[in-house]
Design a protein around this ligand. Structure first.
Ligand code: DIR
Ligand code: MN
Ligand code: MN
Ligand code: MN
Length: 306
């Protein structure tokens, strides 16, 4: 059911260590006949004296980790694979998007999340870089990004018109201002309620592919899904996507034939209260990845292989 000789290529990122979902994902894909190339974990050196800058925490560590990550994704794309990045918090999208773009050029970014993650280092209320990722890679925000240690390698590489959000329901006032100012396409949970997920996906594709069809970078924060299904995550927010809506997004993205890199992030077994909570979160993340690579709920059979 993988639609041809596609490769699942993974970079495991252990910022908020994630181990057993990785094994699960690989065994699912291998048993489905998918060629999986595991590029292994990225290991990052300790950064000492990583004092906050303004409010922003772990600047040097996150900056240098993302530089390595960017080079890693660049290499995966150069090898001709679809990149799968298993995280880890959402700050890894900085390096993932950067490396992806360095290899293939202009991208469409589909950001599925309860949060917009578009605070700048100056607007961030928490200082968490995982709430700021998009601001570092968006061209339109470059004049708003201060010089930060270990971030000088970053070249902004995404245009606001090539970005679509799905699932938003916890957006800071400053983030809301930025989204309006840049005219970013947003399907918040309100639009999901209003239009239904099928029209949201139709409109997402119409919007992104109206001119040229660019490779898709899907950045999927597991907290987009309702915490009743995926509670083992850092910042759960009530009122999220159902399991079915979440999977439907991946099926539709797969159908475009343009999926070039996926981040599956904020899956954090340490945040589960019970083994059931962890299992439910992890198996949902696996199902979302399977959807990305061609598994259909109607079923699949071998002639699906090209
Ligand atoms: C908040 C929360 N907007 C921030 N964002 C989160 O920290 O910037 N993003 N949790 O994942
Ligand atoms: Mn996020
Ligand atoms: Mn989030
Ligand atoms: Mn987050």
């Amino acid at each position: 059911w993988l639609g041809g000789p596609r490769y699942l290529t993974s970079w495991r990122w252990s910022w908020e260590s994630l181990t057993h979902p990785v094994c699960l994902t690989f065994s699912v894909f291998v048993s489905a006949g998918c060629a999986v190339k595991d590029y292994g974990n990225l290991v990052f050196e300790e950064v000492v004296d990583d004092e906050p800058i303004g409010r922003v925490k772990h600047v040097r560590a996150v900056g240098s980790a993302n530089q390595r990550l960017s080079e890693a994704v660049h290499a995966v794309k150069r090898d001709g694979h679809t990149s799968v990045m298993l995280g880890g918090d959402h700050s890894l999208a900085i390096g993932s998007i950067h490396g992806h773009s360095a290899a293939v050029g202009e991208l469409s970014v589909i950001w599925v999340d309860a949060h917009a993650d578009i605070n700048t280092p100056l607007t961030s209320p928490t200082g968490n870089i995982h709430g700021q990722s998009m601001s570092y890679v968006l061209r339109e925000l470059q004049s708003k990004i201060p010089v930060l240690p270990n971030f000088s390698w970053i070249r902004p590489c995404v245009s606001a018109k090539d970005l679509v959000y799905i699932g938003l329901r916890d957006v800071d006032p400053e983030e809301h201002y930025i989204l309006k100012l840049l005219g970013v396409k947003v399907f918040s949970m309100s639009e999901v309620d209003q239009l239904g997920i099928a029209r949201v996906m139709e409109e997402t594709c119409d919007y992104l592919f109206s001119k040229v069809k660019k490779p898709i970078h899907l950045s999927y924060d597991i907290d987009a899904i309702d915490p009743s299904v995926t509670p083992a995550t850092g910042t759960p927010v009530v009122g999220g996507l159902t399991y079915r809506e979440g999977v439907y997004i991946t099926e539709q993205v797969c159908q475009t034939g343009l999926l070039s890199a996926v981040d599956m992030v904020e899956v954090n077994p340490l945040r589960g209260q019970t083994e059931e909570e962890v299992q439910s979160t992890v198996s949902t993340a696996v199902d979302l990845l399977c959807g990305c690579f061609g598994r259909l709920r109607e079923g699949n059979h071998p002639s699906d292989y090209r």
